[in-house]
Design a protein around this ligand. Structure first.
Ligand SMILES: *[C@@H]1O[C@H](CO)[C@@H](O)[C@H](O)[C@H]1NC(C)=O
Ligand SMILES: *[C@@H]1O[C@H](CO)[C@@H](O)[C@H](O)[C@H]1NC(C)=O
Ligand SMILES: *[C@@H]1O[C@H](CO)[C@@H](O)[C@H](O)[C@H]1NC(C)=O
Ligand SMILES: *[C@@H]1O[C@H](CO)[C@@H](O)[C@H](O)[C@H]1NC(C)=O
Ligand SMILES: *[C@@H]1O[C@H](CO)[C@@H](O)[C@H](O)[C@H]1NC(C)=O
Length: 230
């Protein structure tokens, strides 16, 4: 009798662990990669070329987004125009982009919103909400794309897209055999690393809620078992 109850207690406990692991593993995507896919789908459905996903460009887009902190107005307009020198003297070094491989940037789009938005909503509402951005997206000079995004704690989120005419694999090469410098905050496209803080504000609260619910369920089940034992 005691042995059986111990067994079922162990079973409940391990299923709880498994459930918790499943729930938290569901949120390891990278919304910056999703945006590259959305951009490419939109281009190809308008008979334009698919752009190569460049991690070096993506990481610089993240630096660009970070540099816009404090420049998002309440109505969602943004005034953020880093100088050309910022790209080569700040953004590239922060990413570990090998300077001799720095290519031509053929366009950029930047946008902000008071909170995190899912990639498809960010695309429509934040990035290509006006004709100017749409014409940049549809420019034929681009070969490569990189997306960066970062959020301010309890503040606005920033999204940046960089386009380049560079050739695949030979421009914006990241040092350390493509790994570059690890980023502490934000997301960028082209990286295999699931992103850290970019989506934290949202994803963390979702994971937290789910873990709390599972915690309560498990505690409840274990309590039941314990009283059965007495
Ligand atoms: C948005 O806010 C900025 C700065 O506060 C202002 O210059 C701009 O005219 C506003 N735009 C719209 C569409 O309301
Ligand atoms: C942010 O806005 C301020 C004030 O409008 C401006 O001086 C500054 O250059 C902007 N920052 C960037 C990176 O554009
Ligand atoms: C496309 O981008 C290039 C490089 O930025 C620019 O010179 C050209 O005017 C753009 N073309 C259109 C149609 O906007
Ligand atoms: C591409 O994006 C633009 C801007 O959101 C939208 O108007 C257009 O319908 C999209 N094209 C396709 C084929 O989804
Ligand atoms: C670029 O690099 C990727 C991965 O390293 C490789 O699969 C691909 O063939 C390369 N493309 C070109 C054009 O060299």
């Amino acid at each position: 009798m005691v042995k059986r109850l111990c067994c079922s207690g162990w079973l409940v406990f391990s299923s709880c662990l498994l459930l918790a692991a499943l729930v938290s593993s569901k949120h390891h995507g990278n919304p910056a990669n999703d945006l590259v896919e959305i951009i490419n789908n939109n281009r190809t459905s308008h008979k334009l070329s698919k752009l190569n996903d460049s991690p070096g460009l993506g990481c610089m887009a993240l630096q660009f987004a970070k540099s816009c902190k404090g420049n998002c107005s309440r109505n969602g307009t943004i005034n953020c125009t880093p100088s050309e020198d910022d790209f080569t003297e700040v953004f590239a070094p922060n990413c570990g982009v090998e300077l001799p491989t720095f290519g031509t940037i053929t366009g950029h789009i930047v946008g902000c919103h008071s909170k995190y938005l899912e990639p498809s909503l960010a695309f429509v509402n934040v990035l290509v909400g006006n004709n100017k951005a749409l014409s940049i997206l549809r420019n034929k000079s681009h070969n490569e794309v990189g997306v960066g995004m970062v959020g301010v704690h309890k503040g606005p989120f920033f999204w940046t897209v960089l386009f380049s005419s560079g050739k695949t694999n030979s421009t914006f090469v990241l040092e350390n055999r493509g790994a570059g410098i690890q980023q502490k905050k934000g997301c960028y496209s082209g990286s295999s690393i699931p992103c850290s803080a970019g989506q934290n504000i949202k994803a963390d609260s979702v994971i937290f809620n789910n873990v709390m619910i599972i915690g309560f369920l498990c505690a409840h089940l274990l309590q039941k078992l314990y009283f059965n034992l007495l």
